[in-house]
Design a protein around this ligand. Structure first.
Ligand code: NAG
Ligand code: NAG
Ligand code: NAG
Ligand code: NAG
Ligand code: NAG
Ligand code: NAG
Ligand code: NAG
Ligand code: NAG
Length: 432
């Protein structure tokens, strides 16, 4: 099991993982690199992006030779192996607890580069296991990566709500927040999103959207691409660049507020504070990537889901190795000040919820992490990594992995396809 990182070498050092975590923590904080994690509770997947260079191990990860996760279908798994991961029981499908009513109507606003795919697939697995109606994009897994939701982004003729229903239950594919239009397709939904510290988030976006290319073209042999980018982001964030609109307060953007480069100082702060107040009223739960497991426990409580519902296999592990100096960090936080204010607000509200959770929080967290480790041991081949996408490494399942492992491993691209097909079939059967 991995202690604090997805790297194979750490898997080999499992016994020492606690020590390594502590070591990373100390080194990271003593260095010119700033990392924002709670020490003892760092999930194994989120140390990836901001490790200092001297800690990066030279591990060669073999490219998987067998069919990867994406290529396997549920049909491959007829000979299902024994599993210690429990399928949800009929009882838990109806209601996880007795004192609360399980929430089954969810709008999840999928922000970019925030571990949002991992969350999306948790929601997809939940909805799939209960046969809920998803408002799916007619093709692909994105409704819009740039614009707010509009009902006409769905094809409700071809993919209507299941079994003659009038409304959908779940919306979880990429699209900007647009309350009015969302309410029209899923009334009375619980609204969820996830935010990440703006330093971690922008560094991740920088690599993932390949803005590095523009920086390399501008200054050949630039020693520190990210620092060069931060010298003047507007030089690079031009219309030619993929996802350029994500570069300036991208998380606020996904949640419906566009900020202008010229907005600064008090004027910007006022606008952002006002908008945060709106979001605070309208969103039911905001998860925080840096405290992902803690956030999931709050979600479990608030939505009355079960522990098994929130177990996950993380989707993409970043491959960027940028060292962020204090100076670059300061520039970034000034540049994305809107996102920083947003993050600070919702980090605070998350911890308020944690405080209200009650005395079993630490114990429940331990239980969840135990389940995550079990899942990892059972499902993931520790010797392989899928490196086909240069921007992101992905776990590879063991060939003996169970159906449950497989479902947990689906990313939202794959899961959306499955859901779309299932809904077509269900509706065909219903209408015939
Ligand atoms: C989030 O809030 C908690 C509780 O107030 C605080 O300890 C922590 O430092 C905050 N995290 C970040 C990354 O700001
Ligand atoms: C971090 O966690 C480890 C293991 O749980 C612990 O030994 C260490 O004291 C912690 N370090 C800090 C700085 O909190
Ligand atoms: C990794 O490899 C590079 C070049 O091959 C080398 O300069 C560096 O010292 C190595 N790092 C570690 C941690 O072994
Ligand atoms: C899936 O299988 C096909 C044919 O066997 C292969 O060409 C393709 O690269 C595979 N895709 C992935 C993601 O492994
Ligand atoms: C699964 O494990 C249980 C107990 O370990 C055993 O009794 C059962 O036969 C196994 N089932 C299969 C299909 O291997
Ligand atoms: C979901 O639908 C399938 C296929 O119709 C059915 O076998 C299964 O029992 C349903 N599950 C629930 C929880 O309703
Ligand atoms: C929706 O799907 C139907 C049936 O496949 C198709 O005829 C129609 O053109 C689609 N509508 C839109 C707006 O794409
Ligand atoms: C939404 O909630 C309101 C008030 O609780 C209720 O009157 C209404 O019927 C609900 N609408 C749907 C579509 O469930």
């Amino acid at each position: 099991m991995l202690g604090c990182s997805g790297r194979r070498v750490y898997a080999l050092l499992f016994a020492l993982s606690a020590a390594i975590c502590a070591f990373v923590y100390v080194v990271v904080n003593a260095d010119n690199l700033v990392i924002f994690m709670k020490n003892q509770s760092t999930p194994y997947w989120n140390m990836q992006e901001l490790r200092p260079a001297h800690l990066l191990m030279n591990v060669t990860v073999p490219v998987p030779t067998q069919s990867s996760i994406q290529n396997r279908s549920l049909a491959d798994l007829k000979n299902e192996k024994n599993t210690s991961i429990t399928e949800p029981t009929q009882e838990s499908l109806k209601n996880a607890g007795t004192e609360c009513k399980q929430v089954t109507k969810v709008v999840y606003i999928k922000t970019h580069k925030t571990a949002s795919s991992t969350m999306a697939s948790i929601i997809q697995r939940f909805g799939d296991s209960r046969n809920l109606s998803f408002a799916v994009p007619p093709r692909g897994h994105i409704l819009s990566s740039r614009y707010g939701f509009k009902q006409n982004m769905l094809n409700s003729t071809k993919y209507p709500p299941l079994n003659g229903g009038t409304h959908y239950d779940i919306l979880t594919n990429h699209v900007g927040y647009n309350r009015h239009e969302m309410e029209a397709v899923i009334p009375n939904a619980t609204y969820i999103t996830v935010l990440r510290h703006p330093v971690n988030q922008l560094v991740s976006a920088f690599t993932y959207f390949e803005w590095t290319k523009a920086v390399k073209a501008y200054r050949r042999g630039s020693a520190d691409l990210f620092a060069t980018f931060m010298e003047r982001p507007t030089r690079f964030l031009t219309g030619k660049m993929k996802f350029w609109w994500q570069g300036h307060n991208g998380q606020l953007y996904d949640l419906g507020l566009k900020t202008q480069n010229k907005d600064t100082g008090k004027k910007l702060d006022d606008r952002v504070h006002k908008y945060i107040a709106v979001l605070d009223r309208e969103l039911d739960l905001v998860l925080i990537t840096e405290y992902f497991d803690e956030s999931l426990l709050i979600l479990k409580n608030q939505l009355c889901w079960s522990m098994d519902d929130i177990v996950y296999i993380s989707k993409g592990l970043g491959t960027s190795h940028h060292i962020i100096t204090q100076q670059t960090r300061d520039k970034l936080l000034k540049w994305n000040r809107g996102d920083f204010l947003l993050y600070q607000h919702f980090n605070r509200t998350l911890w308020e919820k944690i405080a209200e959770y009650g005395p079993t929080f630490e114990q429940d967290l331990k239980q969840l992490r135990g389940k995550l480790q079990e899942t990892f041991k059972e499902c993931i081949n520790p010797l392989k990594m899928n490196t086909k996408d240069r921007r992101e490494r992905k776990y590879v399942l063991k060939t003996t992995a169970s159906k449950n492992c497989l479902k947990m491993s689906f990313d939202d691209i794959h899961y959306t396809n499955i859901i779309r097909k299932k809904q077509l079939k269900t509706n065909d059967e219903f209408s015939s």
